[in-house]
Design a protein around this ligand. Structure first.
Ligand code: PFF
Length: 451
């Protein structure tokens, strides 16, 4: 790309990357995984992985982008011809994620409309979510609306406008989330939930917890899918890479932490002793939060505002997912922008509908024992992303060497204090860990071992 623009200002890069990172991963996915995998146990695994693995991979990806000024496919290829395939593999991840991400995006709009029309009390009922997703046309309608909104933004190239709006809305979402946390934590019964969320119990720990935390880390920080390479390619040389990585991680993890703090204790408050709800999985946010809003004085309004903000967080992420796919296809096949957008739009609809139906009329289809949506999620987060991460580590550790990345991080005299950690992580710890985790997850999914 000839005129590769730069992010202006020091925080410009961090804000843009954090904008991609913060999305449904933080608000929807993190809390349900934390609830499911032992609360504090999951949290501590996640935080440890974030400052070691997350730091290493994000530094490597951003540096690769900034050094080559290319996005994933070109970046790997330009440094070593044999690794062009890695960029292609990374590009497949957003292609898998976008359709099911849009299904969840549709659920968010549905819940926004429910609150807006004053039906929070209905949404607070236990059966509401299952009845909704089990329906034939309704979930598909909201899914289509979400895809159309995403596509319209990408086709007409108005991402900038949406980004500007969301830059203003995201701080509001932070404040609202914190406010809901305070409300939840002052309710009767919240303390048990708080303890569950914060205190680790060794008995809850298993390889599955690590696997889930690792997949979540990739997903939430938009790693192992080429996104951070693209962002890095727009980053200025003067911007301190190590510091930026720390800031993005801090922001992303902080957001996830508070989302969990809002949702996990709520399960304890409203489950009436039935803690099976902790294992609700993808539905957790939608089942729990309406109960919280319903118990508040102006719950309909708070619920509507909350889901509207979540919608914007989801929309900015889905836009960046779609934009990534469109630009990869345009580069590869030299198609025009409009036509590429339309092809991606049709693809997302065709692939998303089965994920939606998997909770309803197609709920008998259970690939690897999971719902269709969960199976896509598993394939991208627990299989493909660890593979991409593993090969990236090998590529950096043994082919271009960690020094290449460290030199890039030290460009323009910048300090990069974690050289030792970075080198050991990328050459040894990360690859060994990734192989172990990948093998165990795949063997577990195929029933060869039971985790
Ligand atoms: N990191 C986003 C989230 O946590 O919701 C998901 C995502 C958004 C991944 C955009 C990739 C991307 F390009």
């Amino acid at each position: 790309m000839k005129d590769r623009s730069n992010f202006t200002g020091k925080v410009g890069f961090v804000l843009a990357a954090a904008g991609s990172a913060v999305g449904l991963g933080n608000l929807w996915r993190f809390p349900y995984l934390a609830a499911q995998y032992g609360g504090g146990t999951f949290l501590i695994c996640y935080i440890i992985l974030s400052v070691t693995f997350g730091f290493t991979l994000m530094t490597a990806e951003i540096a690769l982008g900034r050094k080559t000024r290319l996005s994933a496919i070109g970046a790997f290829k330009s440094l070593d011809k044999r690794f062009g395939f890695l960029g292609v593999l990374a590009a497949i991840v957003p292609i898998i994620i976008l359709p099911y991400y849009s299904v969840i995006g549709g659920w968010v709009i549905k819940y926004f409309s429910t609150s807006l029309t004053g039906h929070t009390a209905d949404a607070a009922k236990d059966t509401y979510f299952n009845t909704f997703v089990g329906g034939l046309t309704e979930p598909i309608f909201w899914f289509l609306l979400f895809v159309i909104l995403t596509a319209v933004v990408v086709i007409f190239g108005v991402e900038k406008g949406i980004e500007n709006v969301s830059k203003f809305l995201m701080p509001v979402l932070v404040v609202l989330t914190l406010g809901i946390c305070v409300y939840v934590l002052t309710q009767k019964g919240a303390m048990d939930g708080l303890k569950y969320y914060l205190l680790p119990h060794m008995s809850d720990f298993s390889i599955k917890t690590l696997l889930a935390a690792m997949g979540q880390l990739f997903y939430s920080m938009s790693l192992a899918m080429g996104i951070m390479i693209t962002y890095g390619s727009y980053m200025k040389k003067e911007t301190n890479l190590g510091t930026s990585v720390k800031q993005i991680e801090f922001f992303d993890t902080g957001f996830a932490f508070f989302a969990g703090l809002m949702i996990v204790p709520s399960v304890f408050i409203f489950s009436e002793g039935n803690l099976e709800q902790l294992k609700a999985g993808p539905s957790l946010m939608f089942v729990t939060l309406p109960k919280v809003f319903n118990s508040m004085p102006i719950g309909d309004i708070i619920g509507a505002v909350f889901f509207l903000l979540v919608f914007f967080a989801a929309l900015t992420s889905s836009i960046s997912l779609m934009e990534t796919i469109v630009s990869i296809l345009m580069d590869k096949f030299k198609w025009g922008r409009k036509m590429t957008c339309i092809i991606v739009f049709v693809y997302v609809i065709l692939m998303g509908i089965p994920s939606s139906l998997g909770f309803g009329v197609w709920d008998f289809i259970k690939p690897l024992g999971m719902s269709i949506l969960d199976a896509w999620d598993f394939l991208s987060n627990s299989v493909l992303m660890p593979i991409v991460a593993l090969i990236t580590c090998i590529f950096v550790g043994f082919f271009i060497k960690p020094k290449t990345i460290i030199d890039e991080a030290c460009a323009e005299g910048a300090k990069f204090k974690s050289k030792g950690l970075f080198t050991v992580m990328i050459k040894w710890i990360a690859p060994i860990f990734l192989v172990a985790i990948l093998l165990s997850s795949v063997m577990n999914a195929f029933g060869i071992i039971t985790l």
